[in-house]
Ligand binder design. Sequence first.
Ligand code: HEM
Ligand code: HEM
Length: 186
Amino acid sequence: MACGDYHARRIGIRDERTCLPGACAGPQDRRTANTARADPTVGGIAMHGRKNLGFGFLFLGLFMAAGFFLGFMHDLASQKDEWIAQYASGTHFETRIAHAHGSLFGLINVAVGLVLLKLPVPASSARWISWLALAGLLMPLGVVLHVSLGVPPALVLVGGVSMILATLWLAREAFVLRAATRDGAE
Ligand code: HEM
Ligand code: HEM
């Protein structure tokens, strides 16, 4: 199968940026790309996004587990009336915010990881987007450190801003991709 055809079917577009020499051999090549662990580049293409998938699922798992703590405190704990009464403030509020944002920011990292692994985002942008999305995980982590150890919420701000930058940058790359595809068709 021709290089362009293979990638056109794989990611739904035709773009010469995806077709570096030796990188487009076919299905065998895709298997190699998806399992490469030690080497972050495959056939000259940088493999960004793997860390986002790993940490994304890790955060999703850990912060989902916090949901059981929330359920326990709500339904079973001896001090449950007191807990329910502070729904909109204090430890209850902050633990729920950590649970919600840890799970959701984990999912965003999973989405970013998949997009970076599948779409031909230029390597330098992909590296920045990947690290910014990972830094975004400091947001829920910061909430946990704040509620458990009283750490000032600076990490929450750094994480929040990083995640916003990552998503806006990825949006830009997606629009550029569309423009490149359209130009190619004309
Ligand atoms: C095993 C998995 C999960 C368990 C046991 C769980 C449990 C809970 C519980 C008990 C609450 C209520 C907290 C309260 O009363 O203050 C809650 C709220 C919430 N959870 Fe989960 N959860 C799970 C997974 C998830 C996932 C995967 C997400 C998002 C991707 C999520 C997002 C939220 C959000 C946004 C709220 C707040 C809802 C609101 O404001 O009313 N949860 N969860
Ligand atoms: C820069 C990033 C973000 C910051 C700083 C932030 C901050 C906050 C804050 C302070 C609250 C509490 C609002 C209140 O009740 O007074 C909140 C609630 C919430 N946020 Fe975010 N958020 C961010 C991103 C997101 C994203 C990306 C999602 C979804 C994908 C999300 C989903 C939610 C949900 C579901 C709640 C309601 C949780 C509850 O009250 O139980 N947030 N957020």
